[in-house]
Design a protein around this ligand. Structure first.
Ligand code: 3IO
Length: 334
């Protein structure tokens, strides 16, 4: 009997080893909508590198930039249904779906991407909005404040009146308040729209002047530093549940770090892009004089009031969320 048991044990061992080897690393696909050189994809590659390193390659992440697996509008639903395991989405493209987190895209004076990213991540963790119930959120981050990039100079409210400018979400509301003809589309559609003349410019963070070569077409930038765009990185619930506990822990530990890293990268990259645009394409950076800037700013308070009203109508504590964002801005600006 002992001999039989030993043989049985050996058989099991022999069967178990190849099975473990054949299983190899856990493979995860990661979808992103804009082209590879842009910041959402740069942070994706950084996350992949860190996860593979910290799990000793027990996890392998296969990245798909440029909308090759999921495009901007399908990102959330594509991850929920498992077309991709992980996806990076811009919440501003669906303001009605991500109401709470889009509170960060109100004109509340968030000063940088690093501050914005930490505010957004804290806000998410405090409220855990239902819009993310069907996925696990890995991290969140924001752009640097948006400015106007245009083919013709914008120096006054008269100049922007009726100009076809592209933006999404909270930023789009701001363009409307300033009198522009706001055109909504994701960043991934913007190069073609600028090229074809469908729009005369855009309202977003300035690193795209370099990363998407918008400086070639937009020779003017009007500094408004008004509002950020919020992003989320989410993983399919079944894919998450199938991960070993220690891998889950590694990914959880990366959440805040990745938010901060991405904000930091974005802020530095905006500076590099501004220098590059001046040097390579003689882009003019326009600062609005004090009294003019006051006129622009005075048009924005109704947007905050309206958002609070809409949020309350949909069952969110609108006033408290705006208050939280203000408090978190102070906390993370230090
Ligand atoms: C953005 C989105 C994709 C790639 C680079 C980007 N820089 C700023 C944004 C923000 C955004 O989503 C947008 O549409 O302006």
């Amino acid at each position: 009997l002992t001999g039989f048991l030993i043989i049985l044990a050996l058989l099991f061992a022999a069967a178990a080893i190849p099975a473990a080897v054949a299983a190899g690393p856990v493979k995860l696909s990661y979808a992103n909508f804009p082209p590879a050189p842009t910041f959402p994809c740069v942070q994706m590659e950084r996350w992949k590198t860190e996860v593979e390193k910290r799990t000793n390659n027990r996890v392998s992440v296969n990245t798909f930039p440029g909308g090759t697996l999921l495009d901007a509008k399908n990102m959330m639903d594509g991850v929920i249904s498992g077309q991709a395991d992980i996806g990076c989405l811009c919440m501003a493209y669906q303001p009605g779906r991500f109401i709470l987190t889009n509170g960060t895209s109100l004109p509340l004076g968030i000063p940088s991407a690093k501050t914005g990213s930490l505010i957004l991540w804290d806000l998410y963790k405090k409220y855990k909005p239902k819009s993310f119930d069907k996925v696990k959120v890995l991290t969140m981050f924001t752009t640097a404040p948006a400015n106007i990039m245009s083919k013709k100079p914008v120096r006054t409210l008269e100049d922007i009146k009726g100009m076809d400018l592209r933006a999404s979400g909270g930023a789009a509301q701001i363009l409307k308040a300033w009198g522009a003809n706001q055109v909504g589309m994701p960043m991934s559609s913007t190069p073609e729209a600028l090229q074809k003349g469908v729009v005369q410019g855009l309202f977003s963070s300035l690193e795209v002047m370099m990363d998407l070569k918008f400086a070639e077409l937009c020779k003017y930038v009007t500094m408004t530093d008004t509002v950020i765009y919020p992003f989320a990185v989410v993983i399919n619930m079944d894919a998450w549940n199938a991960l070993p506990d220690d891998v889950k822990q590694i990914m959880d530990d990366l959440g805040t770090e990745q938010a901060q890293w991405t904000g930091d990268y974005m802020d530095k990259h905006v500076n590099a892009s501004m220098q590059w645009s001046k040097k390579e394409y003689q882009v003019e950076f326009i600062t609005l004089p004090g009294p003019e800037k006051e006129k622009w700013d005075s048009l924005l308070q109704p947007i905050i009031d309206q958002w609070i009203k809409d949020a309350v109508d949909k069952g969110f504590p609108g006033e408290a969320i705006v208050e939280d964002i203000k408090i978190l801005t102070k906390k993370h600006s230090m």
